[in-house]
Design a protein around this ligand. Sequence first.
Ligand code: ASP
Length: 346
Amino acid sequence: MNIRRAALISGLLFLLAAAAAATGGLHADAVAAAPAPQAGNFVLVMHGGAGNYDPKATEQLEARRAAITRAMEAGRAILAGGGKSLDAVEAALRVMEDSGAFDAGRGAYYTRDGVPELDASIMDGRTLAAGAVASVRHIANPISLARMVMERTRHVLLVGPGAEEFARAQGVELVAPYYFFNEREWKRFQDRRAREAQKPASALPEEKFFGTTGAVALDQAGNLAAGTTTGGTSYKMPGRVGDSPLIGAGTYANNESCAVSGTGEGEFFIRNVVAADICERVKYLHVPLDQAANEVVMKELKEQHGDGGVIALDRQGRVATPFNTSGMMHAVLRGNGQITIEVFKP
Ligand code: ASP
């Protein structure tokens, strides 16, 4: 090869390398598809449980609407100030736990023993770090304990007394079960117990009302997070763990695909690994978020009579909220826009 030719080739190679560096090379498409982080460009989506909502139970609906609005505002304050999606998810879900209006924290459903047992999880879509607690009886804000598991241990999930011992060691106050006393749920528990005294449990209709709460958020830096907190299904067996604290089943977040929080009959969400399935469809099949979420909730789950719904969000700010029950309270907020709250299908 003569010197002129060699110089020409190396010149061409240099130009190609410079062009690749400028566009991100082979990743140009992926980079172009990611959102450009912008001030005011954030999204927060929450749910307050799927189920057969009674449109006439206006008082309960109003209490739930008021609580989810406060929770959304708590999340907005963080996201609007440039805060992290993880912080927004935790703060918003703490408001839900404290409200007593949902099946979480102070409003948790009772187990057959008459004592609520709480489950929660949280996941960071940027790092895939995750934390969860299950079957805790003395923790006022399980979502925050889940975050401590994520940030202060090498583990993902702590359950029961071990989780509470960890809480104590972290300086979290353990509350008496009476802290969770909730007249509405206590009455429902007593009513169910009275009916079971007359008929075997198998002869009684399944309760199809869920009040779990969850949140997914996209912050101004373009990072996703998801969290879910619950008292589980009503009148569950003590020790029963649902999908909510199981990463991949009830909660999942990955910047490469999406963030999901589910609500419904947890056993189906566990068997179908619902939250991760939706995100993996986005990642590997390259289907749009709403198609992935709809196929899982409205087809797979529905065919199995798995009642429930999800909230899902991707890095482009696209939102999907499918549910196969008569209702699912869910709220959406984009930037500094209005909070929209829906319960039933339009
Ligand atoms: N998925 C929750 C569970 O099975 C219940 C709910 O969504 O309300 O524990």
